[in-house]
Design a protein around this ligand. Structure first.
Ligand code: ADP
Ligand code: MG
Ligand code: MG
Length: 208
């Protein structure tokens, strides 16, 4: 079983829907430990993505992912725009020319994307960023049985991501604006780790 281009397009429609629904919640989280714009950043970014998608829907998955990444990079300010932009631009390289993605190809996309986030943001596990969801998740995918169906892989990724997200609450931020608060950032859930969970859920919803 593989992911179709149609499912990839649906992924971004779902991202737009969930990030619109959760805009105020993400903004609240970012008000607690940042500058209160994360919900708006994500909602605006994916509404621009939705505007752009019709121009590339006949192209290969690599082109679609690259367009999503370039749109987020150019339209979203703050830390999250360049980081998510890099995720999709780097992921696109592993999907160049493809109309479907096998589980192994999807893993490669996510791996390249996460490596892009890390090389841009330099965050490690425990720094209280979106990497606290992405990095353990990548390890789970690497450890998964090769025979596992994509929908089952993503279902367990969504479940695990909730644990990784909750684990950001007690952490003291060492990257991004929340790090300015030092010890006072503890006790709050990281906004970017939260939006990462929504993006994963959106992917699962597109393929289940
Ligand atoms: P800004 O902080 O510039 O206003 P956002 O509010 O849109 O940008 O995004 C904040 C989120 O970005 C944080 O919650 C965190 O998850 C993520 N983030 C910030 N800096 C980094 C970094 N260096 N590496 C990874 N993620 C980061
Ligand atoms: Mg912010
Ligand atoms: Mg900001």
């Amino acid at each position: 079983m593989s992911i179709t281009k149609q499912q990839i397009l649906q992924w971004f429609e779902n991202c737009h829907l969930v990030l619109t629904e959760q805009r105020d919640y993400l903004t609240q989280l970012d008000t607690d430990i940042g500058d209160g714009d994360h919900g708006l950043n994500m909602q605006r970014g994916f509404s621009k993505v939705i505007e752009k998608l019709p121009t590339v829907e006949d192209k290969d998955i690599g082109t679609i992912l690259k367009t999503v990444g370039m749109t987020l990079l150019s339209q979203v300010g703050g830390a999250s725009g360049p980081l998510y932009g890099t995720f999709f631009i780097k992921g696109a390289q592993s999907a160049a020319g493809k109309e479907n993605l096998s589980a192994a190809e999807l893993y490669q996309c996510i791996k390249s994307g996460v490596e892009g986030i890390v090389s841009r943001g330099k965050a490690e596990i425990g720094d209280k960023t979106m990497c606290d969801v992405w990095l353990p998740l990548l390890q789970d995918l690497a450890d998964a049985d090769e025979q596992t169906a994509i929908s089952d892989l993503l279902e367990s990724a969504v479940k695990k991501s909730q644990e990784y997200l909750a684990a950001t609450i007690p952490l003291v931020a060492r990257k991004g604006r929340a790090s300015y608060l030092a010890e006072r950032s503890a006790g709050h859930q990281d906004p970017g780790a939260t939006s990462t969970c929504y993006i994963l859920q959106a992917l699962y919803d597109a393929v289940k």
